[in-house]
Write a protein that binds this ligand. Structure first.
Ligand SMILES: Cc1ncc(COP(=O)(O)O)c(C=O)c1O
Length: 358
């Protein structure tokens, strides 16, 4: 006899990417930024007065919300601070999707979505992407026919790095009858020449919620800080009803505000990642590995015909290099490789040449 709710008993938990704690492993498996956080974050940590930990933190992280609101040209009523983007996703389901209602996403997508839907007791509907990984033309018709309560779109897409245009996002928000969640975990790595920006859409659409995280662009995966951007009417129930009373701690609030305040530093790391992305993409292609162009900080690379991607993943692991292998439809012949520092990328390429004997 189990005391778990039936849906919890029936589900499988999220399988995170491996997180070895030794410094020697080359970690290209969970899309962390290869560069350290801003020196302003380090200074804020050094200067943090531990005596203040005696008290509870600000419940709504208002210092952080002010910085985020200013950065995005919004008001603090638009900003929902959370313990990582993952907590925001969980809060979105808790707040907006009732048990038995449908939450839609694309297939494949971030593998946490199905887990959160199962916890909530919601029905998950995964919409197939086209062969070139673009959204199907009849996406909105499909969403409305499903009667979906929410649609979560990761943009740029994971694990391909493909970017959906802001006009398409606007079209979805205007014609889909439910909540549109744009998971912008990797938005910082989009090429600035594209002038991609969905934030202005928040003024037009009350059913749009944008997820941001400090884990990738701001090199702070260990801090656990993310946030949502939405119209005040959408943000309010999360801020004032479903959020834990003190969901972000005093240290992370301070450091997150310092990180967002260091735009020049952070955008310099994004530029370096983009340069390395271009180089690594060219090198993988030159090796004969079909690799999708990516607007994110990872590349999805297809292994040659007859070569098992899983075996290559394991051989890389033996050499101390971790990449991500997904035992999933459309992904079994591919590896997702996070963009590392130039030297890490070179070590990866050398190992791949050895393994694939090219
Ligand atoms: C697509 C996507 N969304 C959201 C997140 C959440 O990140 P975090 O909880 O570290 O902020 C991740 C993390 O890997 C992700 O890949």
């Amino acid at each position: 006899m189990t005391l778990e709710r039936p849906n919890i008993a029936a589900m499988r938990g999220y399988a995170p990417g491996e997180q070895p704690q030794d410094a020697g492993t080359i970690k290209l498996n969970t899309n962390e930024n290869p560069y350290p956080p801003s020196p302003d974050v380090a200074a804020a940590l050094r200067e943090f007065d531990s005596a203040t930990l005696r008290r509870y933190p600000h419940p709504l992280a208002d210092e952080f919300r002010q910085v985020a609101a200013k950065l995005h040209g919004l008001s603090i009523d638009n900003v929902i601070p959370t313990n990582g983007g993952d907590e925001l996703l969980r809060l979105i389901l808790t707040t907006f999707v009732a048990e038995g209602e449908t939450v839609a996403t694309t297939k494949p997508s971030y593998s946490l979505y199905p887990v959160l839907a199962a916890i909530q007791g919601a029905v998950l509907s995964e919409i197939d992407l086209d062969d070139d990984w673009s959204l199907p033309n009849d996406l909105i018709a499909q969403l409305n026919a499903l009667g979906a309560k929410a649609f979560i779109l990761v943009n740029p897409h994971a694990p391909t790095g493909r970017l959906v245009d802001a006009n398409v996002v606007a079209d979805i928000a205007s014609r889909f009858e439910g909540l549109v969640v744009i998971d912008e975990a990797y938005i910082d790595f989009v090429s600035p020449e594209l002038n991609h920006d969905c934030v202005p859409l928040l003024a037009r659409f009350d059913n749009l919620l944008i997820l941001r995280t400090l884990s990738k662009g701001y090199s702070l995966a260990g801090l656990r800080f993310g946030y949502g951007l939405a119209s005040p009417s959408l943000a309010a129930p999360v801020l004032f009803k479903t959020r834990d009373s003190y969901n972000t701690d005093a240290i992370s609030q301070r450091l997150a505000a310092a990180a967002l305040g260091s735009q020049d530093y952070a955008s310099n790391t994004w530029e370096r990642v983009r340069e390395s992305r271009t180089n690594l993409h060219a090198e993988l292609e030159a090796m004969g590995l079909d690799t999708l162009p990516s607007q994110s900080n990872f590349l999805l690379s297809k292994m040659p015909e007859g070569v098992s991607a899983q075996a290559v993943y394991l051989q890389l692991k033996e050499r101390g290099i971790l990449v991500r292998y997904f035992d999933q439809d459309r992904l079994r012949d591919k590896l997702r490789i996070s963009i590392g520092s130039e030297s890490e990328n070179q070590r990866l390429m050398a190992a791949l040449r050895e393994i694939l004997k090219t």
